[in-house]
Design a protein around this ligand. Structure first.
Ligand code: NDP
Length: 288
């Protein structure tokens, strides 16, 4: 029996590194203006500290400045809000990222409401999401933007194609569906969720399937049309380590292209945070 062809691997590490190099070149061409990303980290959640460290590492590699504001897990609401207000009004700070999740005693929505849309590099505020829906210039959530950049870079056709996104959060699934169905990208986007019936059949009808449910390896051979593109956003911590939504071994003989896990959408989220920081500086008139 002939062996199925290996799928194209949508390598997010290679594309992140390319994007960092391009941002560095754009900064140099602009005379290295001082563009600053500020992160706000509350508490001692270990994965959050690792994520923030990585964001600063790649910001520096791209020639951006960064500030890391850390508050103790016990910080009261007012202290967090005062810090965000101060960063919001500081003209030397172009992008602000409040690392999620905040400790449970804090009102996350009240903190996010303090972020001006022009500095909201995570694209999570009502202002940013409103601009996305209305098609106005603004900052788009980093993970969905990273998925779009992967599709563009690896020349995966989207126009007229059917994309099924498994997950409907405001962080990933919903903004991704809006991005993929925007004019110029032109996919027909379907959002699936935990109440969707016949999920496997629905996914099998798709040219592009994005797993953003956080359910370990839930997307397998029965969800995959021959030649389809599968993008893994999900992260599940299991006894055998960190796994995604996609069962890579099950789909690799069927899919036409697939993201590795790790090394797919995670690195792209960081690259798009840097892209958003440049976009924020442009919205504020610091970069042309
Ligand atoms: P949420 O928990 O907010 O949303 C998960 C979504 O998946 C919900 O809409 C839920 O449906 C849906 N869902 C859950 N189980 C099923 C199922 N069995 N079948 C179909 N749909 C299902 O998560 P997030 O959107 O914040 O994150 C999604 C995943 O992506 C997580 O694993 C997260 O860790 C990861 N992530 C990865 C990033 C990266 O850089 N790669 C960045 C951000 C997140 P319902 O609404 O009905 O409950």
């Amino acid at each position: 029996m002939p062996q199925a062809a290996e799928p194209l691997i949508l390598d997010g590490i290679a594309l992140r590194d390319l994007m960092v190099t391009r941002i560095g070149a754009r900064m140099a061409a602009a005379g290295n203006p001082k563009i600053c990303l500020a992160t706000v980290l509350v508490g001692d959640d270990a994965p959050s500290h690792t994520y923030v460290r990585n964001k600063h590492k790649f910001a520096a590699a791209a020639g951006l400045q960064s500030r890391n504001e850390v508050l103790p897990a016990t910080a009261p609401q007012r202290e967090v809000e005062d810090l965000v207000r101060q960063l919001a009004s500081d003209p030397t700070v172009h992008g602000i990222l409040v690392q999620q999740p905040l400790p449970p005693h804090l009102d996350n929505d009240a903190v996010l409401r303090l972020l001006p849309a022009e500095k909201d590099v995570d694209g999570l505020t009502t202002g940013s999401l409103g601009r996305l829906v209305r098609g106005e210039p603004g900052l788009v959530p980093c993970t969905p933007l990273g998925v779009l950049r992967l599709l563009e870079h690896y020349k995966i056709p989207t126009s007229g194609r059917h994309a099924v996104i498994v997950g409907r959060s405001t962080l990933v699934g919903t903004p991704l569906a809006i991005l993929l169905s925007r004019k110029g990208v032109d996919a027909t986007a379907t959002i699936a969720h935990s109440r969707t019936t016949n999920l496997a059949e629905l996914c099998r009808s798709a040219d592009i399937v994005v797993g953003a449910s956080g359910q370990a390896k839930m997307i397998g051979a029965e969800h995959c049309k021959p030649g389809a593109t599968l993008i893994d956003v999900g992260i599940s911590r299991t006894e055998s380590g960190i796994v995604g939504d996609i069962d890579f071994e099950a789909v690799k003989g069927i899919a036409g292209a697939v993201t590795p896990m790790p090394g797919g959408t995670g690195p792209m989220t960081i690259a798009c945070l840097l892209e958003n920081t440049l976009s924020a500086a442009a919205l504020q008139g610091t970069l042309t």
